[in-house]
Design a protein. Structure first.
Length: 564
């Protein structure tokens, strides 16, 4: 085996696995070639680092608003089909994030799904996953910013033409917030997380005494207006049509892996923060999904409510609809802002890998580059908002588009997890996913069905989300082969992981080949022993003249002794 191990700038990785014996032929020799580039490392002072609590709170800030609006429309086909599919999707995200938590204990550099795919699946796959993940977070932010604009203009009675200005103010405030020193920004995130999670806690504990699922959780048959209907429709209308709605409670939580190098001890801090956030999201989601249709006047009214929590908050605390809407405002602001930091980190990682145009000036800037990267991501998000403002068709498809590209990123990360467990057999010093390979395969199947529900014509968007994602992928592929393939670089952290995993893979293949060769030798040795044993047994069973007492050569055969 030949491998380059020096750490100089401009270094080229060349790994040529070769069999050590004639019997061992593990794999055709391959070559991985890419330059290792020195990048400016953004050193974070210990007092500015995030703890597991900060990571958990950031996860709540990013996702919590998705549990407060929109999903209740899926109750139109009955309580049973939606709740069943919601529980399956919730379990899928729990499995997926447990896999992500284990990955963070094996690969400590920041890069999220992009970094993992680049190390395990190759440079092109990593490049595609990185830009798809960037679109996912940017589009998610744009959806939330659009909702904030509609909320403000609707509640204050302003003209809708003020919405672009509201978006601009939102994006500017997000960049300013995440440009603060870590000791201020992370502690402020705790306060924001409390404001985001408080409506769920108030709703669940305030409405328990009013809930009666047996009385209010069914629909009435429109034919006789008397038959209780708990489930209606077929797999198309009751499952695939509503499947994207089941992701709103968790979509985007995987972005926490992008703040790895902003924490104190990434291999323990990130897994704990991820698991804590997922647990809180799971309990609040299950509680609200079961309680919203269990309150009077019933599930039929809940399906058409703009804010599904307003009814319960009014019953429990006498809160008006307007106050209820503003009570959810911090959560919507948090969801819009929460993805700006991961977007900036991801753009910085792509720029340091020379996958973005050099004229953007984002490479080797350290902390200074983060602010510039966040401004760039917000500019991209603002363009998406403008497209949605002038095209209602694009606006309706925007959320499905980011869920579609998100499902691709989910599958890529799960494939990387499987490779780390099987091909590379990388050891984890921290958390180990309890669901294993079976859980990862199950999650991949569910996310595959999610993608099918979007591109299969079940969302009545005339294929806008699918065609937009396809066009985005084609443009990215052309840009990669035209401009990025030959100039891309890797960081020293990525190089260390690639080199280590290549060595692990080669050693595993060599051991496997040696075991197979030993097994073959043992097989033929056993066959030869069996043949020799059969030959000896045949010679001892041969009938001789002596045994039957026949005289041979004039000598009398000795008599056999008597036996009892």
């Amino acid at each position: 085996m030949v491998a380059s191990t020096k750490g100089a700038t401009g270094q080229v990785i060349k790994v040529h696995p070769q069999p050590t014996t004639e019997a061992a032929h593990p794999e055709t020799p391959t070559t991985i070639t890419c330059k290792v580039s020195d990048v400016a490392v953004a050193e974070v002072a210990p007092r500015d680092c995030a703890t597991a609590l900060h990571v958990c709170c950031h996860g709540l800030v990013c996702v919590m608003a998705g549990q407060y609006y929109g999903w209740n429309a899926a109750l139109a086909t009955g309580f049973v089909p939606y709740v069943a599919s919601q529980l399956v999707m919730s379990a899928t995200y729990v499995i997926y994030m447990s896999c992500a938590a284990e990955i963070c204990g094996k690969i400590a550099f920041s890069g999220g799904t992009y970094g993992l795919s680049r190390v395990t699946l190759g440079y092109y796959c990593g490049y595609m996953v990185g830009f798809l993940e960037l679109l996912e977070y940017t589009a998610s932010t744009a959806v939330s910013v659009l909702f904030i604009g509609e909320l403000v203009t609707g509640e204050l009675g302003w003209d809708k033409r003020w919405e672009p200005l509201i978006w601009l103010v939102c994006y500017a405030s997000f960049v300013a917030f995440y440009s603060l020193p870590g000791r201020i920004m992370w502690n402020a995130s705790i306060a924001l997380a409390l404001l985001c999670y408080a409506p769920a806690v108030l709703y669940i504990f305030g409405t328990l005494k009013f809930a009666n699922l047996g009385q209010f959780g069914y629909l009435l048959d429109p034919v006789d207006n008397a038959t209780h209907v708990w489930a209606s429709g077929d797999i198309s209308s009751a499952y695939f049509a509503w499947l994207p709605y089941t992701t709103w409670a968790f979509a985007g939580i995987e972005c926490l892996s992008l703040v790895t190098d902003m924490t104190t001890t990434p291999k323990t801090t990130i897994p704990r923060g991820i698991l804590g956030a997922v647990a809180l999201l799971f309990f609040s989601n299950v509680g609200m999904v079961c309680l919203v249709p269990s309150l009077p006047p019933g599930i039929a009214a809940a399906t058409t409510a703009l804010y599904p929590l307003n009814n319960g908050l009014a019953m429990a605390y006498g809160i008006s609809a307007s106050v209820g809407a503003w009570l959810l405002f911090p959560a919507h602001m948090g969801m819009a802002a929460g993805f700006v930091l991961p977007c900036g980190r991801l753009i910085q990682a792509l720029a340091d890998s020379t996958l973005l145009p050099p004229w953007l000036g984002l490479k080797n800037l350290g902390h200074r580059g983060l602010t510039r990267a966040m401004v760039l991501s917000c500019g991209f998000g603002y363009i998406l908002c403008l497209l949605s403002y002038f095209s209602r068709e694009f606006c309706r498809a925007l959320q499905n588009m980011f869920l579609l590209v998100g499902s691709m990123c989910y599958v890529a990360q799960l494939v990387g997890f499987i490779l780390l467990r099987t091909t590379y057999k990388a050891e984890s010093n921290g958390f180990k996913a309890p669901f294993g390979l079976t859980g990862a395969i199950f999650a991949m199947v569910v996310y595959g069905l999610l993608a099918l529900s979007i591109i299969g014509g079940f969302q009545n968007d005339h294929g806008t989300a699918g065609f937009a994602a396809l066009g985005y992928c084609l443009v990215l592929t052309g840009y990669y082969y035209y401009a990025c393939k030959d100039r891309q670089t890797i960081s020293k952290d990525e190089y260390a992981s690639i080199f280590r995993f290549t060595i692990i893979k080669f050693n595993n293949l060599k051991r496997k080949a040696a075991r197979e060769a030993k097994r073959k030798r043992h097989f033929w040795h056993k066959m030869a022993s069996m043949l020799r044993s059969a030959s000896k047994q045949g010679s001892t069973n041969r009938v001789s003249y002596v045994n039957v007492g026949v005289h041979q050569g004039g000598h009398k055969a000795p008599a056999h002794p008597a036996t009892r």
